[in-house]
Ligand binder design. Structure first.
Ligand SMILES: [Zn+2]
Ligand SMILES: [Zn+2]
Length: 246
């Protein structure tokens, strides 16, 4: 089964406002994904909406957030339930600066319903870093029962390699993520011992499920993914060719 584990909704300040949960689910289902994960920057507040969309569409869904740590490393935290993701969000919110977002400068951050009504605009600056280290974030994620994935390890910014020079041995990552253009062989070699995933990191509808990760058929749950990661039983789609990334 194929899944795209890194997708941003309209709640992320840098994502397109067209990224309504209903549209994301429709695109992922049309692309043949068995499951997706919603991973907005530092917040899971659109997860209840996408949960309902996924349920209606009959597609699997995990609920998470892409935390920006104190070292400005992006990490994915993925959970089975919206309640676990909400608990992670509360912990991250408590560690963020309390400045009010300026939509003109950083972008809008709408919290929406499954049928595309805007509930409110998130006031925190979701693109800012939380005052928690990679290790602290991983420990909290595990305490809540989640999966902890090093995001886009091949990118020259906001990755464990760009910020820390490599993978801290005590971070407790369950897997690493190679971005849509990263070379699999090169990054598997640099991240030996970790299962590899590849996900779209979509900020626009056209990017949803452009690339994906595959595991043997199993229920789309944290436990199944954890087992596949532990067995290194993941396969990833080929990278997008240079120039094809949007
Ligand atoms: Zn990122
Ligand atoms: Zn992202």
């Amino acid at each position: 089964m194929k899944f795209d584990l890194h997708i941003h909704s309209c709640l992320s300040p840098c994502a397109s406002l067209e990224m309504a949960p209903s549209e994301i689910v429709a695109r992922a289902a049309a692309a043949g994904m068995s499951g997706i994960a919603l991973t907005d920057h530092n917040s899971s507040r659109n997860c209840p909406a996408i949960a309902e969309c996924a349920r209606r569409a009959g597609i699997g869904c995990l609920y998470g957030l892409e935390v920006c740590t104190a070292e400005e490393v992006h990490v994915l935290t993925l959970f089975d339930t919206t309640e676990q993701a909400a608990a992670m969000t509360d912990w991250v919110y408590a560690a963020m600066i309390k400045r009010v977002n300026d939509p003109e400068a950083f972008g809008d951050q709408p919290v929406v319903t499954w049928d595309n009504d805007i509930v409110e605009l998130e006031w925190r600056i979701l693109g800012s870093a939380a005052r928690k280290t990679v290790q602290e974030t991983g420990a909290k994620c595990r305490e809540l029962g989640g999966l902890f994935v090093a995001a886009h390890v091949d990118r020259p910014a906001f990755s464990v390699f760009s910020q820390l020079g490599g993978i801290p041995p005590d971070a407790g990552f369950d897997a690493i993520e190679i971005s849509r253009t990263g070379g699999e062989d090169e990054w598997r070699a640099k991240t030996e011992g970790f299962a590899a995933t590849r996900s779209s990191d979509a900020h626009n509808l056209d990017d949803v499920a452009l690339v994906w990760t595959e595991i043997p058929d199993a229920p789309f749950t944290v436990a199944s993914l954890r087992a596949a990661f532990a067995a290194r039983a993941t396969a990833v789609s080929p990278p997008l060719r240079f120039g094809a990334a949007r």
